[in-house]
Design a protein around this ligand. Structure first.
Ligand SMILES: [Zn+2]
Ligand SMILES: [Zn+2]
Ligand SMILES: [Zn+2]
Length: 326
């Protein structure tokens, strides 16, 4: 298995990794009753249905023990699998999706993600920490047991790099954060807002890539998800996420969810050199949710141009009309 760089787009691509999908009916490696569990890098509270544990991935793409060396192959560039790959086991209960969690339990998952991102960012080798959740077979979920995954990589993933570049450019031109500008315009028009809780918004982005795409943002500026602003009530974010997932569950069999936070500003070499000076002002953490409602959405990652049959304004109206309480 290699991580290779496409010299044309400069994207890093993991090649030769076969996802170790659970055998149907096999033993669930995320059930904590299983003997020989690897020690958790984080766990809390002590016990109960709201317990969240963070454990190493059973078949990691990235490994802490891999060297950092990059190797040239003629004009090409590849690197070792250095990094970290962990699983956030969101509940000890095998068959309870996140949409059924209490607000407090979702807040606990957000807390665990933030703790691990902050911890892994102490290592200057890691340029980026990603937390994502694939729920449902169509989204490529590895186990049915509620979980998220966390990867720390020695490169910044392509989509985030694009966002960082655009956010920096927007800031250079207007002296404002693009995400703050989005929130201001959306709260004024209200058309694409799905739900609000405290200072958190769930909205269908103006140029949604897939039907019913949702972004969750805090209306106050902050670049790093793992360091909440003083007074940022994460319980509100948890409540909003819970309601959003309950809406989605009514019609979408699967979804991808990813936390986009700032890259590691301890790492100021190479591709990161230009970002960090205005990073805290120009970038704004957010959560992206990409539901899968039809087979053709599956190809969203490889499309050159996204073709979305549902207008985001109509999507938001539809989503607002769904019962988010059950
Ligand atoms: Zn399980
Ligand atoms: Zn902002
Ligand atoms: Zn994003």
């Amino acid at each position: 298995m290699d991580i290779r760089r496409d010299p044309v787009t400069q994207s890093w691509v993991v090649t030769g990794y076969r996802e170790n999908l659970a055998e149907p009916g096999g033993v669930c490696p995320l059930c904590s009753s299983l003997a020989g569990q690897p020690p958790a890098s984080l766990s809390g509270p002590e016990q109960g249905p709201g317990q969240v544990r963070v454990i190493p991935h059973t078949d990691p793409i990235y490994r802490a023990e891999s060297g950092l060396e990059r190797k040239a192959e003629g004009i090409y560039d590849k690197m070792a699998r250095a990094g970290a790959h962990e699983i956030i086991v969101e509940t000890p209960q095998h068959d309870r999706p996140m949409s059924r969690f209490s607000d407090e339990e979702i807040e606990q998952v957000l807390w665990a993600a933030a703790q691990r991102i902050a911890e892994l960012k102490k290592d200057p080798r890691f340029k980026y920490v990603t937390v994502f959740k694939n729920q449902g077979l169509l989204a490529g979920e590895e186990w049915p047991h509620a979980h998220s995954q966390l990867t720390a990589t020695t490169f910044v993933p392509r989509r985030v790099k694009y966002e960082l570049r655009s956010a920096r450019q927007w800031f250079q031109e207007k002296d404002r954060c693009v995400f703050c500008d989005i929130v201001r315009q959306e709260e004024k028009s209200g058309q694409r807002i799905v739900d609000v809780q405290g200072e958190y918004y769930a909205l269908c982005p103006y140029a949604s890539r897939v039907p019913y795409e949702i972004w969750v943002l805090h209306r106050r500026h902050n670049h790093a998800f793992e360091h909440p602003r003083p007074g940022a009530k994460r319980r509100n974010l948890a409540a909003l996420l819970g309601r959003t997932l309950r809406r989605l569950e009514k019609f979408a069999p699967a979804f991808h969810m990813v936390i986009h936070t700032a890259p590691n500003s301890l790492s100021r070499k190479g591709e990161m050199a230009g970002y960090w000076k205005t990073l805290a002002d120009d970038y704004h953490w957010h959560i992206e949710i990409l539901p899968i409602v039809q087979p053709r959405s599956l190809s969203y990652g490889i499309k050159e141009v996204y073709v979305n049959p549902v207008l985001p304004e109509q999507a938001a109206e539809f989503l607002r009309g769904l019962d988010a309480t059950s």
